[in-house]
Design a protein around this ligand. Structure first.
Ligand SMILES: [Zn+2]
Length: 110
């Protein structure tokens, strides 16, 4: 599933499997917040033959669904929103089924 809907696997073409196009990590002052600039830069990938990007910005970095849709519309590049969870202090948190369901409900809205 891309930000513009379903595509067939043959349509994926050359794929970047791990990318961050837009995110806001304010404690470290790391911000990519300009969809217009991101689209311009992604056009280089498209011109080189790239077709699909997997965007793995996680929930804690203020994902920007509308910005990703804009970038995909503007460039024609398929963007797949992945999901990631940051490990805290190197310890992977074990989640219950209920916690996963809550996260997936939240993730599907943003
Ligand atoms: Zn990453």
């Amino acid at each position: 599933m891309t930000v513009r809907g379903l595509i067939e696997s043959e349509e994926m073409g050359i794929t970047l499997p791990h990318e961050h196009l837009l995110f806001y990590h304010t404690p470290d002052d790391l911000v990519l917040s300009d969809p217009v600039l991101a689209a311009e830069e992604l056009m280089e990938f498209s011109r080189a033959g790239g077709k699909t990007v997997v965007e793995l910005t996680n929930l804690g970095l203020r994902r920007d669904a509308m910005g990703l849709r804009y970038i995909s519309d503007r460039t024609g590049v398929n963007i797949i929103r992945g999901m990631a969870i940051i490990k805290t202090n190197g310890i992977l948190q074990i989640w219950t089924k209920r916690q996963w369901k809550k996260l997936l409900r939240r993730w599907s809205r943003i």
